[in-house]
Design a protein around this ligand. Structure first.
Ligand SMILES: NC(=O)c1ccc[n+]([C@@H]2O[C@H](COP(=O)([O-])OP(=O)(O)OC[C@H]3O[C@@H](n4cnc5c(N)ncnc54)[C@H](OP(=O)(O)O)[C@@H]3O)[C@@H](O)[C@H]2O)c1
Length: 305
């Protein structure tokens, strides 16, 4: 699979990441098929979080992969911490304890990437910096990043944290593209002009942070899949037409639409179905024309100014 450098790092990562949030719905055999099928596609980058399935997703993954010193070297593992029941927690103690739990469940002694999952307003940047230094010194984490953070929050972290923040995982899909929409409507008196994220798209490009779009097939907050949905009749007509032109499925097209953005994104797809995962991976080889990218955008979003 085509690769990009993750943020400002030297780490080559496949452009499609495999999200593991839903793999606790799989039987053991199915999980094995998914994980090994992903590897055959070159989809060797797996996204986890300590909270997925309450830790079960990381365990199921390690079991399905057949984690050993040899298999560990064939994969890139990212996990996230900082969300707790009823609160967010970026304290040094919580970050360190979370990573130890993650490593144990994944049966490895290091993570390629650790992301802070969702902003904690009680965060002390110095504590995060201490935790990151310790994790790096002990070889437990090789690269660091954030998720769901706006530029001000990232700048605040950077006051104390020494390591480059290489990725920002954000909700982004054809039907959840406010970060793109606000950029088209600068200074206008309409809803679309609302800046909901501090211009995070341009910030990440300026600062060489890879955007990892999460839930690339969902509309709303996990309300459903927009492909084939009655909620998006016009969009689906356009998706069908454009997909046919490239001889790909609409699943491939939805990922290719994200990959066409010059921000060099790495979508995190959450399917547990190997055939669908293969279709997602195929998007790495599809480059949409400007006309087709905009046609899809127009069918999903408010009119261009
Ligand atoms: N950082 C964060 O705050 C955050 C939040 C949420 C998720 N994430 C990450 O993002 C990953 C993806 O999230 P997600 O699972 O919500 O995203 P998704 O890829 O948009 O949705 C996947 C779900 O849609 C279903 N689906 C139905 N038709 C589909 C089609 N044609 N193509 C693809 N999927 C289809 C899948 O079912 P089947 O399994 O049957 O295919 C699966 O249940 C997660 O695994 C996690 O790693 C991060």
């Amino acid at each position: 699979m085509r690769t990009i450098k993750l943020g400002s790092s030297n780490l080559d990562v496949p452009v499609v990441a495999v999200g593991c949030m839903r793999i606790d719905t799989l039987e053991r055999r199915e999980a094995e098929r998914l994980v090994h099928g992903a590897l055959e596609e070159g989809a060797i980058f797996f996204d986890h979080a300590d909270i997925y399935g309450n830790g079960a997703c990381e365990e199921i993954f390690a079991e399905a992969l057949g984690m050993s010193a040899r298999t560990r070297e064939r994969v890139l593992l990212q996990s996230k911490c900082g969300i707790r029941e009823g609160m967010f927690d970026f304290s040094r103690e919580h970050i360190l304890a979370s990573v130890d739990g993650i490593l144990k469940r994944l049966r490895t002694d290091y993570l390629d990437v650790l992301l802070l999952h969702r902003p904690d307003t009680l965060m002390e940047p110095d504590e995060v910096a201490e935790a990151f230094d310790e994790l790096e010194r002990e070889g437990k984490v090789r690269h660091f990043g954030v998720s769901n953070q706006h530029p001000g929050q990232i700048e605040l972290l950077k006051k104390a944290v020494r390591q480059p923040l290489v990725a920002n995982q954000l909700q982004l899909s054809i039907t959840n593209a406010t970060m793109i929409e606000s950029g088209f409507n600068v200074n206008m008196e309409n809803e679309a002009a609302l800046d909901r994220d501090g211009h995070v798209l341009d910030y990440c490009r300026l600062h060489d942070m890879t955007i990892q779009p999460w839930s690339p097939f969902q509309y709303g907050f996990f309300e459903g899949v927009f492909l084939g949905s009655d909620a998006y009749p016009e969009l689906n007509v356009v998706l069908d037409r454009v997909a046919e032109r490239y001889s790909v499925s609409t699943t491939t097209l939805a990922v290719a639409w994200l990959l066409r953005h010059p921000a060099c994104m790495q979508p995190v797809v959450g399917t547990t179905n190997l055939d669908r995962l293969r279709e997602c991976c195929r998007a790495a080889d599809v480059r949409l024309t400007r006309e087709d990218w905009y046609a899809v955008y127009r069918a999903a979003s408010r009119p261009l100014p």
